[in-house]
Design a protein around this ligand. Structure first.
Ligand code: NAI
Ligand SMILES: C[N+](C)(C)CC(=O)CC(=O)[O-]
Length: 343
């Protein structure tokens, strides 16, 4: 797409706010070379590592005083995993520049990924600042885990280029990004972002409307809600919950999603037989529980349970173990190309 305005759908639609595209007209998503990451914690740092491994020049800004050291530590820790996956030609941690100001980070960016704390007012103000500082026409994506873009884009001068690009931790290994715009996002910006992420090696799900919780997170949150209830009621320990997934459905989910997995539960009759057979008995579990009360007792039980499950392993040990495991799964399920690159 060279001219986002040309591809905007029906101009009478309330969603077809004009995207003030200029730079992006001359930067098709596949040709982007310079990416800015704003907010460089767990997710922003993970994005930085991903974009560096894919051969982009990356600028990053984070207001924390120790952010630059933390970010370089995160990239160094991820680099062995990324090297084993296969780096793009010329990829190097040296292509990261940590800037003193937000304005410096985005001044020459062809794409911006925002990964600041999940606080609505902070996101609103930051996206407004980013919009003011970023060259016109450059798409700005938020990593938000759940805020609708409509609620975050209220004060930006050009909301039409603001999209959600929701990643999964760690963004340098988990392929999925969920992409969606808000009421005032130009659909062409959403389409541009989806193409950009694909060019950057991600698997993209694009939503045409603001699905509450997006798609994968909504599914995870349902599972998480049930898990918290079981811990709160003393029905299962944190360890039981984790084991129930890693030794059970989790093994299948890396290969086949929950729908096809359950279609196989119907034998040769597939999903139709599965629904006929189990549908009536599933009514009760589908409507069983409201949101759990995250009181002090439950909070402490979950934190203590995770400490116990870690069994002396540090967070860095667990990150290395997770990264190795995810790479093994990507390899085993054929998601790595011949040169070792993630497909
Ligand atoms: N942690 C996770 O598993 C996931 C988080 N996300 C989303 O990513 C975003 C970031 O979350 P995390 O990386 O987990 O948080 P984090 O707490 O690890 O990192 C946030 C970073 O933002 C910086 N920051 C604070 N104020 C800022 C500002 N005004 N402008 C720019 N940066 C600022 C902090 O110094 C910190 O380094 C959130 O929107 C979150 O919902 C998305 C997917 C997964
Ligand atoms: C816990 N979380 C809601 C921040 C998780 C995500 O948003 C995605 C992930 O990494 O699972």
């Amino acid at each position: 797409m060279t001219s986002p305005e040309k591809t905007s759908p029906d101009p009478t639609s309330p969603k077809a706010t004009t995207w003030k595209a200029t730079l992006t007209e001359s930067t098709p998503p596949e040709n982007v070379r310079r990416v800015a990451c704003v907010g460089a914690g767990v997710i922003g740092g993970g994005w930085v590592a991903h974009f560096l491994a894919r051969g982009y020049d990356v600028t990053a800004w984070d207001p924390a005083p120790d952010a630059a050291q933390k970010l370089r530590r995160l990239v160094d820790a991820a680099w062995p995993a990324l090297t084993s996956l296969g780096l793009a030609e010329g990829a190097s941690p040296d292509r990261l520049t940590v800037t003193e100001t937000l304005e410096q980070a985005v001044a020459e960016a062809e794409f911006v990924q925002e990964s600041a704390p999940e606080k609505l007012d902070l996101k609103r103000d930051l996206l407004t600042r980013l919009d003011a500082a970023t060259p016109p026409g450059v798409v700005i994506a938020s990593s938000t885990s759940g805020y609708p873009m409509t609620d975050m884009q209220t004060t930006a001068a050009d909301p039409s280029r603001l999209v959600v690009g929701h990643p999964f931790n760690p963004p340098y290994l988990i392929p999925l990004v969920e992409v969606v715009g808000g009421e005032h996002t130009d659909p062409a910006a959403v389409a541009w972002a989806a193409r950009f992420y694909e060019a950057a090696g991600k698997s993209v799900i694009t939503m045409n409307n603001e699905v509450p919780g997006f798609i994968a997170n909504r599914l995870q949150e349902a599972l998480w809600r049930e898990a918290l209830h079981m811990v709160a009621n003393g029905e299962a320990t944190v360890r039981d919950i984790d084991l129930s997934i890693t030794e059970g459905p989790g093994l299948r989910w890396a290969v086949m999603g929950p729908m096809l997995t359950f279609a196989l539960a119907g034998g040769e009759g597939g999903m139709a037989h599965m629904l006929d057979h189990f549908g009536p008995s599933l009514k009760s579990p589908w409507t069983r529980l409201e949101a759990p009360e995250l009181d002090r007792e439950l909070y402490d039980a979950v934190v203590a349970g995770c400490d116990e499950a870690a069994d002396g392993r540090s967070i860095a040990d667990l990150v290395a173990e997770r990264d190795k495991g995810v790479i093994d799964v990507l390899r085993a399920t054929g998601r790595l190309g011949r040169e070792g690159e993630a497909r």
